[in-house]
Design a protein around this ligand. Sequence first.
Ligand code: EPS
Length: 383
Amino acid sequence: MRFLTAGESHGPQLTGIVEGLPSQLPLASEDINPWLKKRQGGYGRGRRMVIETDTVEFTSGVRAGRTTGAPVTLVIKNTDHRNWTEIMDPAPGGEPRKKALTAARPGHADLSGGIKYAHKDLRDVLERASARETAMRVAVGAIAHKLLKCLGVSSVAYVPGMAGVWSEKPFDWNLVEQVEQSPVRMTDPQAEAEVIRRIDAAKAAGNTLGGVIEARFKGLVPGLGSQMHWDQKIDGRIAQMAMSIPAVKGVEIGSGFENAMKNGSEVHDAIYWEASRGYYRQTNRAGGTEGGMTTGEELVVRAALKPIATLMTPLPTVDVVTHEPADAARERSDTTAVPAASVILEALTGIVLAQAYLEKFGGDTLDEIVERVERYKAHVLAY
Ligand code: EPS
């Protein structure tokens, strides 16, 4: 399964093409829209999320609620485009540029992208660099999750800490409903209240906030990915996907960074066996991967998000036209997008896992894949 996205933040629409899905996978826009809604949510989002109600439309590959095996094309319209038709018009003309952005924002793609693609209106960079692109990737992720669900995999996304506040309440699957209700996707109501206070203060000060996000998956078979080659290792593939989320500057699987300072005997998860459940571990510091493969234990992926780069109280920069010192451009943005980013991490990790399932068990129809997974589960138990 491979996919491609296209579209600018204020262009007419985002487009995605997904190829390599099995046929007969039940699929409707209702499977995707709740993911898009969750991605739009979270306390600290900006005005754009009030303008948009992201929903997906299929323009190929799905008929009567099932995939046909043909490439699936997805479209998400940008409602805000109607306010940008002149500025985003692809027709020749339009010089001098309206709403041109020349004061490169520190921390954003503006300067490197401007140099690389020879743009002096940095809007030509930011329109594609905007985290709006993740709306389409989450839609693709929702399809991956639909497939994973058919294979017995479930998942969750939450925020262990943000805005300098750690949750005191460790994650538990019984807290999923609480996370879903929390405006910052946290397990701990006290931490949540303090985070909300800090988001309000940051907004008032024209500042932005980062945090740590986590996605968990259970029901995975052992042996997804491979130890054979660097580009097949599932942890490496997950890390690459996680790092591609805008603002992510760190990724760990399990208690990766904490493990680094301990003895091996305190880190590695002892192996046990019981006839009814096969091999298992009582601890999961490995976070569900060993040797570049899933272990069958819960997969735990964490990522660190820097604060959003667009500051309403801007940092010093340079104007790329005049080369004079300038205040960085102010562009409408979010105070924080950490809760939304956790949903993005869950959705996108799902893409990597669905790809790994399709590689290992690939077939043309959903039934073929389900049958092969079931046969493998029997092998895992008997091994
Ligand atoms: C986003 C849409 C964007 C930004 C945000 C994410 O909308 P607009 O630029 O029209 O306000 O709110 O993007 C950024 C934070 C960024 O730096 O580009 C979205 O759909 O998630």
